[in-house]
Every structure is written in structure tokens, then in C-alpha cells.
Write a protein that binds this ligand. Structure first.
Ligand SMILES: Cc1ncc(COP(=O)(O)O)c(C=O)c1O
Length: 460
């Protein structure tokens, strides 16, 4: 569906390579102090960064501060922040409600390892939004999904879990399986292999995680039948958000829940990314299926490390009576609770979601308009505050569809946006933009204008 006059496919690759080379050059020349910091950092920080996913091509971005919808790099450049700290920045930067709550709590003590009243208010609000009655806290998405997997195993007394190919659930052993497998490690689509996603994951653990494709309920049925009485449960992102954005087919999650329950196994939704960003009640509120366990992190803390695990009364009885000890020195930390309370009660309000919805529609329409004008076989997928451009004509239904998309589109797009003053997440193909409550129309327009420059450079 290429428009008349659009370049042939071979030409597109050549142009993409050209855009990448030119834009990387501009990027490096703009960020000389960042380059110097990186060289210094390499002497004391492994790899020169504080998390491996802060490495970006051609160089990590070093920031000095953020305010509202903007962030500023150490070379003094302002960016519209659509990176959002990998999906945590729904509040934007220095949101007054979060600043006030944190400032107040800092003056009253930042750590007790005993519960505070805010912990109850947060749990009550999470219960109302997500439809699960009982909650506990931890500090990161990784901890939340680790507790969820432990809980499913503890409750059922079974060892196997089912995980979806291409879903990332954090960096603990049981879920570091088939996160972003290469084509040669994937196995056949009807029987995906369990492939370790990192060095250091014991084979014995990898084998306990059985892999299925997203949107493939028949595969879940097959695993349950092949391993009768051995599957503790399944962990899944209800809307996949580590392979661009992949929506569940109608009925997929309800069928999966039903299958699991028929086999006395449990269902966990990993809403670490979708949590408050997909909508006020996360993806759970959108798909209309309430799982046994929900994991939250990222955006719920308003920029402070905060995570939560919710469960049905039956599930959480195992925590309440000590059959599963859910522990952590910093769980329910008062600073995290103060920020989370502010986030839930003062930031993530109905008006905020309306505002974000308007901006999201503006971004989607703007990008779609330029895609259509240039005849680019791509489309926008937007859910709540999140969105991405998928560089293929047909919707992506699972990781294997996603894998077939060439990385160069997103990298070239990321560079054009960055050099044009808009910061998207560096791992462009897997990640999404995040619109915060503090963004405005001018921010979205800057993003759309850069997108037009990108399509003109590649398809013009
Ligand atoms: C869906 C999902 N689950 C879990 C995690 C892990 O969260 P954290 O980085 O806070 O450990 C992530 C992180 O990106 C994620 O996207």
C-alpha cells in the first residue's frame, strides 16, 4: 500500500541507514559533556551506567533535572519527556502533589519498617480500582512478580509456571525465560522452547517455565493437559508492553483464566507497566477479567520506588496466616506510601485521564496522518497514556510478529525525535511513549512535527 512516488523498499533501507548515520553524528556532537561523563563513569560504574537498559546507541543520555513535562540533559538541552522513566513517569516531573507529600514525609522520617496509615489508604484505593480486596507492598516490578510466582507455587504446591513468549516480568530467575528470544532459540510456534534470557539462570529453573505464544489459548490448554496437576499458574501482561503494544484478542484472557481454574491453577496479571498508565484501573479495567493476583509498580509511586501485589481473599489468606511469608525491609516504606497515596488520590484523577486521552488522540491522529501521506505501511497502537508506532501494516498479535519488524525504523525515529527535542525510550522497538498528566498540546505537536521530519527523510 505504498503511495505513488514513495521510494522502493531497497531505497528505504538505504535511507534509514543514512538517517541513522547522520543523526548519530548530530546526537554525539550535541552531547559533548555527556560523552565526557560517560568516559569518567566507566572508571567506577560497570559499563558506565546504573542499569544496562540505560545504555543507548550511540551513547547513554545523561540528565541533569526534570520539570513538568520536560527533562534537561547535562549539555543543557530541553526535551519533551515521552520516555517517562520507562513508564514510571505518569505524574511528570516534580508534580506539586508528589513533591508536597514526599517533602512532608521526609521531615517526619523516611523509614520505620512498620506500617503507617497511608499504607491502608493506598490498599483501599487499589482494591477499589483493581477489584482485588487484599494488598501487600514491595519495591520494584521484579519483586512484585517474584512474590506472585512464589505465591502461585506456594498455594498450589506445584512447580511449573506458564509464561508468554516476549513478555518481560523483571529480572528474577523464573521469569527470565524467553523474554526476547532470537529466532533460532524459539522453537516451533505450536511448541515454543523455554530459552534462558540471561546468563546465570540455571537450566533446572528454565525448565520449570513453560512458554506459550500471546493470544494462543490453545497452547495454554495443551500445557495444562500435558502436565496434569503440575502447573501452579500463569503470569502474563494483559496488554503486552515489552513488544511495542500488543492487545489481547477478545475473549483470550477470559478463556485462559477459565482453563487455569479448571486445572486448579492461578492467573497473575503483570500490570507493572499497564498499571495506572493504561487507565485508572489498568488493563484489568479494560479487558474486564479480574485475575487471582495483580502486580503493580512503576507509575504507582509517582517517581518513587513503590510496588504492590494484590490478590483474592483466598490467595492472600496464605500471606495473612504466614503460609507464605511475604517480607522485605522496605515494604510499605513511608516515603513510598506517601508518594503512592498522592499519586492515587491527587494525580491519577478522572480529569487527568481525560486530559491524557485528548493528548493521546492528538498524537495518534498526527502520526497516522503523516504515515498515510507518505504511504508508510505502519500504524499507531495507543492505550491510555501509552502508545507506539508499529512499523508493519498488520496488527502484531504475538512476539513472533513483532520480531519480524526491522529495528532500524525505531532507532532512526528515536534519533530524529531526540535531536528534535523529544525524548522517547531508547529501546525504541520494544518500548512505548508515555504521556504524563503534565504534558500539553505543544508537547504533542513537537513530537508529531519530528515524526513528519522522519517520514520525509525516509519516505519523502
Ligand atoms: C511488565 C513488566 N514487569 C516487570 C518489570 C520489572 O520492573 P522493575 O524494573 O521495577 O523491576 C518490568 C520492567 O520494565 C515490566 O515492564
Amino acid at each position: 500500500m505504498v503511495s505513488v512516488g514513495a521510494p522502493a523498499a531497497d531505497d528505504v533501507w538505504g535511507r534509514l541507514d543514512g538517517v541513522i548515520a547522520e543523526q548519530e553524528d548530530v546526537f554525539l556532537k550535541r552531547q559533548r559533556r555527556a560523552g565526557a561523563l560517560l568516559e569518567r563513569a566507566k572508571q567506577s560504574l560497570a559499563g558506565g551506567v546504573t542499569s544496562s537498559w540505560q545504555i543507548s546507541r550511540p551513547q547513554a543520555v545523561w540528565l541533569s533535572h526534570g520539570a513538568g513535562s520536560k527533562i534537561y540533559d547535562v549539555d543543557g538541552t530541553e526535551y519533551v519527556d515521552l520516555h517517562g522513566g520507562y513508564g514510571a513517569g505518569l505524574a511528570g516531573h516534580a508534580h506539586p502533589a508528589v513533591v508536597t507529600a514526599v517533602r512532608r514525609q521526609v521531615g517526619r522520617g523516611t523509614h520505620f519498617a512498620q506500617p503507617t496509615e497511608a499504607a491502608i489508604e493506598v490498599a483501599e484505593e487499589l482494591a477499589a480500582r483493581f477489584g482485588l480486596p487484599l494488598w501487600r507492598y514491595c519495591n520494584s516490578g521484579t519483586e512484585a512478580t517474584m512474590d506472585a510466582v512464589h505465591l502461585m507455587r506456594a498455594i498450589t504446591g506445584r512447580d511449573l509456571i506458564i509464561k508468554v513468549e516476549g513478555c518481560y516480568h523483571g529480572h528474577h530467575d523464573s521469569v527470565q525465560v524467553s523474554v526476547a528470544p532470537d529466532a533460532e532459540d524459539m522453537g516451533p510456534p505450536e511448541r515454543p522452547a523455554s530459552a534462558a534470557s540471561s546468563a546465570g539462570i540455571p537450566e533446572a529453573i528454565v525448565g520449570l517455565t513453560r512458554i506459550v505464544g500471546f493470544n494462543d489459548a490453545a497452547a495454554v490448554a495443551r500445557v495444562l493437559e500435558e502436565f496434569p496437576g503440575q502447573v501452579a499458574g500463569m503470569i502474563v501482561e494483559p496488554i503486552m508492553m515489552n513488544a511495542g503494544i500488543v492487545r489481547p484478542d477478545d475473549g483470550y484472557l477470559a478463556t485462559v483464566k477459565d482453563l487455569l481454574h479448571r486445572h486448579q491453577a492461578l492467573l497473575t496479571f503483570d500490570e507493572v507497566k499497564t498499571g495506572l498508565t493504561a487507565g485508572p484501573s489498568g488493563a484489568t479495567g479494560i479487558v474486564g477479567v479480574t485475575p487471582d493476583i495483580i502486580c503493580l509498580a512503576k507509575a504507582i509511586g509517582g517517581g518513587v520506588a513503590s510496588a504492590a501485589v494484590g490478590g483474592t481473599a483466598e490467595v492472600m489468606a496464605h500471606v495473612a496466616d504466614g503460609r507464605y511469608e511475604m517480607v522485605g525491609t522496605f515494604n510499605g516504606n513511608p516515603l513510598a506510601m506517601a508518594a503512592t497515596r498522592a499519586m492515587l488520590l491527587e494525580v491519577a484523577t478522572p480529569e487527568a485521564y481525560e486530559h491524557i486521552g485528548r493528548l493521546s488522540a492528538r498524537a495518534e491522529q498526527g502520526v497516522e496522518c503523516h504515515l498515510a501521506a507518505a504511504g508508510v505501511p505502519a500504524h499507531v497502537v495507543a492505550v491510555g497514556a501509552k502508545g507506539c508506532v508499529t512499523f508493519r501494516a498488520d496488527p502484531v498479535r504475538c512476539y513472533r510478529d513483532f520480531l519480524a519488524i526491522d529495528d532500524r525504523y525505531n532507532h532512526a525515529h528515536w534519533l530524529v525525535q531526540h535531536n528534535g527535542g523529544v525524548f522517547l525510550p531508547p529501546w525504541g522497538k520494544t518500548e512505548q511513549w508515555l504521556i504524563s498528566v503534565q504534558h500539553d498540546e505543544a508537547d504533542i505537536d513537537r513530537f508529531v512535527e519530528n515524526f513528519a521530519k522522519f517520514t520525509a527523510a525516509v519516505w519523502g
